[in-house]
Design a binder for this molecule. Structure first.
Ligand SMILES: [Zn+2]
Length: 245
C-alpha cells in the first residue's frame, strides 16, 4: 500500500507541554456567498498567504474584504461569486482554487510563550524559521511566508507560515455531499480511520497540501513526513493515510 501522512497537532503527544498563545489571522479575504439554498457562507478554509492583493486590478481589489473593515459588503450572489472566483483563478493559477472566504496575505497577530517547532491556528500551520530552512535545504519545495506576530516577550525566532494548496482529493470510494446551487461542501467530518486520498490528485512535487474535500485536514508526502520524523520536530504528529484510486 502506498501512503502519505496527515499532519496535525496532538498536544498530549508533546513532551514537554509548552505554554503559549498564537492569536493571528490573515488580513484579506474574498467575499462570502449568499446562496438561496444553503445560506450565507465563507469559511476561510483556503489560505494563500503569499498572494499580494495589491497586485490585483482595481475592480478585483474592490471586492476584497479587509479584516476589521465591517462596512464592506461581505456576501454576494452565487452567479456573481462564480464569475469573480473564475477571474481570480485566471490570475492565481489552477493550484489556487477560490472558495467564498478564501484568505490572502501574511498571517498577523499576537503571540506569547514558548513555541513548538510547528504551531497551528484554525486555518494555518507555521514553523520556526530554522525548521523551514532545514526542510528547504533537504530539497522540499515549500512555499513559506513570514508571519507578522507581535510578541511582548521578544526576542524570538521568526515564524514562517507554510502555504498548503488544497489539491489532495478524497479517494473515489469516499463521497462528498455538495449544495446543488453553490457547490458548498455539506458533508460531515469523515472519521479519520476512513480517510484515503486519491493518488491521482496528490502531486508529490507539492509536498504539503490541504485536503480539498475537508480543508481542515493537511497531508504531506511520505518523504516530507519521514524527514519531519527524522528531525523529531515538536508540535506535529502524523498518521499514515492510504493513497488509492
Ligand atoms: Zn448553497
Amino acid at each position: 500500500m502506498s501512503y502519505i501522512y496527515r499532519v496535525f497537532l496532538d498536544e498530549f503527544a508533546q513532551a514537554p507541554p509548552l505554554r503559549n498563545s498564537l492569536d493571528a489571522g490573515h488580513p484579506y479575504r474574498v467575499p462570502s456567498v449568499n446562496c438561496p439554498s444553503c445560506g450565507i457562507w465563507g469559511a476561510g478554509e483556503f489560505v494563500y498567504p503569499s498572494v499580494d492583493v495589491s497586485s490585483f486590478d482595481a475592480d478585483t481589489r474592490r471586492k476584497i474584504v479587509k479584516i476589521g473593515d465591517s462596512g464592506r459588503c461581505q456576501a454576494i450572489a452565487v452567479d456573481a461569486f462564480a464569475a469573480y472566483a473564475a477571474k481570480l483563478e485566471m490570475v492565481l493559477g489552477s493550484n489556487r482554487p477560490i472558495e467564498p472566504g478564501t484568505c490572502f496575505g501574511p498571517l498577523s497577530g499576537d503571540g506569547s510563550g514558548d513555541y513548538y517547532d510547528f504551531m497551528w491556528t484554525t486555518n494555518a500551520v507555521v514553523v520556526k524559521e530554522h525548521v523551514f530552512r532545514r526542510l528547504c535545504h533537504e530539497g522540499f519545495e515549500l512555499l513559506g511566508v513570514t508571519a507578522e506576530i507581535d510578541r511582548p516577550d521578544a526576542p524570538h525566532e521568526l515564524l514562517i507560515e507554510l502555504e498548503a494548496p488544497p489539491l489532495a482529493r478524497y479517494a473515489s470510494n469516499l463521497s462528498v455531499k455538495r449544495c446543488g446551487v453553490c457547490g458548498r461542501n455539506l458533508s460531515k467530518r469523515l472519521p479519520l480511520c476512513d480517510l484515503a486520498i486519491s493518488a491521482g490528485s496528490f502531486n508529490e512535487e507539492i509536498p504539503l497540501q490541504r485536503v480539498r474535500d475537508w480543508p481542515p485536514y493537511l497531508v504531506v508526502s511520505q518523504e516530507l513526513g519521514n524527514a519531519i520524523k527524522d528531525y523529531e520536530f515538536s508540535g506535529v504528529s502524523m498518521h499514515p493515510v492510504e493513497l488509492s484510486s
